[in-house]
Design a protein around this ligand. Structure first.
Ligand code: NI
Length: 255
């Protein structure tokens, strides 16, 4: 199994080496370490350089948009030269927290879409309470997103799901699918093309049932995988095989 979205560099993860070994022992073969600002992008690249099964994304999250300055794109570009950087992310819009103004979030998001296009890298998207502006930007910039888009923790409408699948985009699903109030995410799983679905944990957040309230880890990806297998009425092995194939295709790990 591949955990396509884990913040291994988060301070809540006290011993990342043990966390990674525990994941390997539980059958997780690769982990994509997701970033949210320049500092933890550097940290993600360091961990990926150190540990073979870890890959990194680099990028500035909308919650960190205030940290963006005229140097940021150059610095991200420098980091992305590393072979183990497999995507720009997580980038996008967050109108739930709105730590930065909507205009600034959009500017920082679009600048990084252009960066991904220059570098021929896919992007990992974060979006919360911003569906309208998000889909508008994706429509407008889809030609600059031809190396791939994965919307992580996808929780938008079925109409938007249909539209982004038409664009060739992917989604990743994590612990939320195990929650008892996960009606929308369950419908999303049922309506998604299985060849565009990937697994994630969003470590250290969003621990799945029955581990809610604990610090999440990549080894817990199996709980979401089991729940998805149950929803789709197929075996856990099939989910493992298909989502692993999808992640290998999307991230092109051996670039
Ligand atoms: Ni995340």
């Amino acid at each position: 199994m591949i955990d396509t979205h884990a913040h291994l560099q988060d301070e809540m993860i006290k011993d990342y080496k043990k966390t990674i070994t525990d994941a390997n022992d539980a059958g997780v073969s690769k982990i994509v370490c997701a970033s949210s600002n320049l500092e933890n992008s550097k940290r993600a690249v360091d961990i990926a350089n150190e540990i073979a099964c870890v890959y990194a994304t680099v990028g500035i999250h909308p919650e960190d948009a205030n940290s963006y300055n005229s140097d940021s794109i150059m610095q991200l570009k420098q980091l992305a030269k590393n072979k183990k950087v497999v995507a720009i992310g997580e980038i996008g819009l967050d109108y739930y927290h709105e730590f930065a103004s909507r205009d600034l979030q959009k500017e920082v998001f679009i600048k990084q879409i252009e960066l991904a296009n220059d570098l021929k890298l896919p992007v990992v998207l974060h979006t919360r309470d911003a569906s309208g502006d998000m889909i508008e930007i994706l429509r407008k910039y889809k030609n600059k997103l031809s190396c791939g888009v994965c919307i992580h923790c996808f929780n938008m409408s079925l109409e938007i799901l249909k539209e982004i699948l038409n664009y060739g985009f992917y989604i990743s699903i994590g612990g939320i699918v195990t929650f008892s109030n996960a009606k929308n995410v369950i419908e999303i799983v049922k309506n998604c093309d299985i060849n565009r679905l990937m697994l994630e944990t969003d470590t250290p957040y969003l621990s799945p049932v029955p581990l809610r309230g604990t610090i999440n880890e990549p080894k817990n990806v199996v709980f979401s995988a089991k729940r998805i297998a149950e929803i789709l009425n197929i075996s856990l092995n099939e989910i493992d095989e298909i989502t692993t194939k999808n992640a290998n295709r999307f991230f092109n790990f051996n670039r």
